[in-house]
Design a protein around this ligand. Structure first.
Ligand code: GZL
Length: 312
């Protein structure tokens, strides 16, 4: 991230002094809070006046905020869209006001000409990497998986489910026995995992939990411990984001795998905006960030320490 910050501050001089509205979903997870702090750091480094709006995970609050940015006549708008549908009207209003919109970390079901670019990970790949790890981990043994889904209707929840199911297809010994949303939060992840445990012989029938993000996994780990079971051994824990606390869990032997998601989505978005404003360069419509598997073999304490300095 440090290099990204330097590279961002050296280039993109034409962003200095711009006013950019940022409609952020909320602070439901450690990853989301890091995305917010990284975005604010990058805006600061570029001399951008960032107008920040936290929607508490409600789409109507995001739409209200975007309409406010349009009325204010901001130069550009960043949106992390909480769910995939319902954006066409407000994005059309932004287009008619000739305000470029850049999507961060989630997608929308809307015509692509309504936004300048979308910066996100390949969320199907994330689910597939998680599933492939479990396939390798369990071999031929029977494994009942419980799944903690992300926010209903969000592209990460839809795509991470799809990717995981693709990876375990053809391995009849691995079955998703229960699946429910934990809305990407620790509290809900814990609550839903408690219910999963209660309805599966006090967790004895659960071989693994697949959580669409680390925060729900951390909540699930607590529920597993409360039931007197050992997370990481009695019940395997695989999730996505690579936030510091999942590495702390790995170091304690309580989590088994995570797929990294960079919180730096704004860097590529600002770079795309700068080129577009400079000479009309149309950026790639979908800028895809890297996904990388981490397990306890990858120096979890070192990864915890490294991330702690990066906006988490
Ligand atoms: C994924 C992002 C997800 C994170 C969660 O790109 O939208 O939202 O994985 C966050 O931690 O809630």
């Amino acid at each position: 991230l440090a290099t990204a910050l330097t590279s961002v501050s050296i280039a993109q001089e034409n962003l200095k002094g711009l006013t950019i509205g940022f409609s952020q979903i909320g602070s439901e997870s450690g990853w989301r809070a890091a995305e917010t702090s990284v975005t604010k750091q990058q805006a600061e480094a570029l001399g951008i006046d960032l107008k920040f709006a936290d929607a508490q995970q409600k789409q109507e609050n995001q739409i209200k905020a975007i309409r406010g940015f349009i009325a204010q006549g901001v130069d550009a708008i960043l949106v992390a869209p909480v769910v995939a549908t319902g954006w066409e009207d407000v994005l059309t209003e932004a287009k008619e006001a000739e305000i470029p919109v850049m999507l961060l970390d989630r997608g929308v079901d809307a015509p692509e000409d309504l936004y300048l670019t979308s910066v996100a990970s390949d969320q199907v790949l994330e689910g597939r990497v998680a599933g492939e790890w479990l396939v390798k981990e369990v071999g031929d043994a029977d494994c009942n998986v419980v799944e903690l889904q992300g926010t209903v209707g969000s592209t990460p929840a839809i795509n991470r489910k799809k990717g995981f199911e693709e990876a375990i297809a053809g391995h009849a010994n691995i079955v998703i026995a229960q699946s429910q949303t934990g809305d990407f939060t620790r509290a809900k992840g814990k609550e839903v995992m408690e219910a999963f445990i209660k309805s599966s012989n006090n967790g004895a029938d659960i071989c693994a939990v697949y959580a669409h993000n680390d925060d729900m996994a951390v909540g699930a780990i607590q529920a597993i411990k409360d039931a007197g079971l050992k997370p990481g051994t009695d019940i395997k824990v695989v999730s996505i984001d690579a936030v510091p606390d999942i590495f702390a869990a790995m170091a304690a032997g309580e989590a088994n795998a995570t797929v990294e998601l960079t919180p730096d989505m704004a860097g590529p978005a600002f770079a795309a905006l700068s080129a577009y404003l400079a000479d009309g360069t149309e950026p790639e419509k979908f800028i895809i960030t890297e996904s990388k598997l981490y397990t306890p073999a990858d120096d979890p304490q070192g990864e915890y320490d490294r991330r702690k300095g990066l906006g988490y």
